[in-house]
Design a protein around this ligand. Structure first.
Ligand code: UD1
Ligand code: CA
Length: 447
């Protein structure tokens, strides 16, 4: 169903105590405003309009296909919706008003409200029944259940404060009616603001039907401070983990796993306790992510084994059956099928061929303080432990690098390269050394 979404994001958000505008604070790795826009589009919004404060350059830079209306003064939710009119123009369709600080609203709930209006209601309000209604607008019903208005906490009488049916904040309406009603809203109230919620009483008094749709409290959770932000994150994480498990991912301790919302995890992946899968990850079927691993911007093929204690940074791109073990850091590096880096390694700006084996303590020296340089390691190459590969450098296919080497020039395919001082051995010298030390100090060696 076609409709326009008006997303209010001009509030000051002072309780966040942040230099970052509230709508850009992230939940599941995605800005809150983005969640509202995505949900609206998933429900079928053909147009999204964000209402922003004048000093909102950061938000404007972040937005792409969303139209912008500037609310010069923050005079309330009613005045905020009214400024969207100049962007929307003449429109005989349906508009839905959403808030940029309720990131967990689902497309289903949005669709349900739009459908109620399409089916003949003048306005449809998302309602919920919280354990504690304090602070929310109360939905006032007549004896027959007709919605007569929404009363904000500050204006509510004692009897109204006992009403448990609350306004979730989002509402759909016929667009022309929405703006006509807003023209009649005044700021004659305790806060001196133009309340969007006042259109409900005006519509009802004119004989229009106002519908409501009951939705889950967790969906409507408004983020006003960092405590709310953490609560929203917890709810979202639980949703993401449940979805992943339903799609075939095993997690022994799901509560300890963090998943960014844009990451894709294929079936039969096993995620051990205490793993962070940040933004932009794609984890191939049958892979195992062991405990305490941290992944971001990483692509893994099928049946990879990662960690424990692996750090995969953006640009890690592994084929199938790749093994990355403990205390390995990888950045902007492609690894061919079956490549292994099992312990204590840094690979940055590198390409590692299929079946190559990277020994413990291998470091690609990719940075000289000014530029970044590439390391190319051919298929089947064997890099001995504690090797420094000083980039730019190429190691040919199947070449072997002796342990402890510092490689500063290219090594051809099938070559062995060792860069190492020769070992000198003096027989019996250790015993002699101890003897002279003991006679001088009379001290026993510490065991
Ligand atoms: C609002 C509702 C209340 C509802 C609650 C649900 C009104 C008058 N009240 O109250 O009934 O129970 O949400 O969470 O609508 N904003 C602007 N410009 C403004 C003022 C606000 O863009 O001038 C934006 C804010 O950025 C925010 C949204 O509107 O995204 C909601 O504003 P807020 O002040 O948080 O409303 P509540 O007091 O929570
Ligand atoms: Ca709010």
């Amino acid at each position: 169903m076609e409709f326009t979404a008006i997303i209010l994001a001009a509030g000051k958000g002072t309780r966040m105590k942040s230099s970052l505008p509230k709508p850009l604070h992230r939940v599941g790795g995605h800005p809150m405003l983005g969640w509202s826009i995505d949900a609206a589009r998933a429900a079928g919004a053909t147009r999204t309009v964000a209402v922003l404060a004048p000093d909102s350059r950061d938000i404007q830079q972040w937005l792409d296909d969303t139209a912008i209306a500037i609310q010069q003064e923050q005079l309330g939710t009613g005045s905020a919706v009214a400024v969207a009119r100049e962007v929307i123009g003449r429109d005989d369709g349906i508009a839905i008003v959403m808030f940029a600080d309720t990131p967990l609203v689902t497309a289903n709930s949005i669709s349900a409200l739009v459908r109620q209006v399409a089916d003949g209601a003048a306005i449809a309000v998302a309602a919920f029944e919280p354990d504690d209604p304090t602070g929310y607008g109360r939905i006032v019903q007549g004896q027959d259940g007709t919605i007569e208005g929404i009363v904000e906490e500050r204006e509510a009488s004692e009897a109204q404060k006992r009403i448990n049916l609350c306004n979730g904040g989002i509402m759909a309406a016929k667009t022309p009616l929405l703006f006509d009603l807003l023209d009649r809203v005044t700021n004659d109230n305790a806060k001196g603001e133009y309340y969007l919620t006042d259109i409900v009483a005006l519509a009802s008094a004119d004989g229009h039907r106002v519908a409501h749709n009951l939705i889950d409290e967790t969906e409507i959770l408004g983020v006003n401070d960092r405590v709310d932000l953490a609560a929203a994150e917890a709810t979202l994480q639980s949703r993401l983990r449940t979805t992943a498990m339903q799609q075939g991912v095993t997690m022994a301790a799901p509560d300890t796993v963090f998943i960014a919302a844009d990451s894709v995890i294929e079936p039969d992946v096993i995620i051990e306790p205490h793993v962070v899968i940040g933004s932009g990850c794609h984890i191939g079927e049958g892979s195992i992510i062991r405990s305490f691993s941290h992944l971001e911007g990483t692509r893994l093929g099928a049946c990879c084994i990662i960690g424990p204690y692996a750090r995969l940074r953006p640009g890690t791109d592994a084929g199938d059956g790749v093994k990355i073990g403990n205390f390995v850091e990888i950045k902007k590096t492609k690894l061919g099928d079956g490549a292994k880096a099992n312990h204590l390694t840094y690979l940055g700006d590198a390409t590692v061929g299929a079946e190559a084996n990277i020994g413990a303590g291998t470091i690609t020296c990719n940075y000289d303080g000014f530029g970044k340089y590439e390391t190319l390691i051919g298929d089947g190459a064997f890099i001995g432990s504690n090797t420094a590969l000083v980039a730019p450098v190429t190691i040919g296919a199947r070449a072997i690098i002796g342990a402890g080497s510092t490689i500063t020039r290219n090594v051809g395919p099938d070559s062995i390269a060792v860069e190492r001082a020769h070992t000198s051995e003096r027989e019996g010298a250790a015993a002699k050394f101890r003897e002279t030390r003991q006679s001088k100090t009379k001290a026993k060696p510490r065991s």
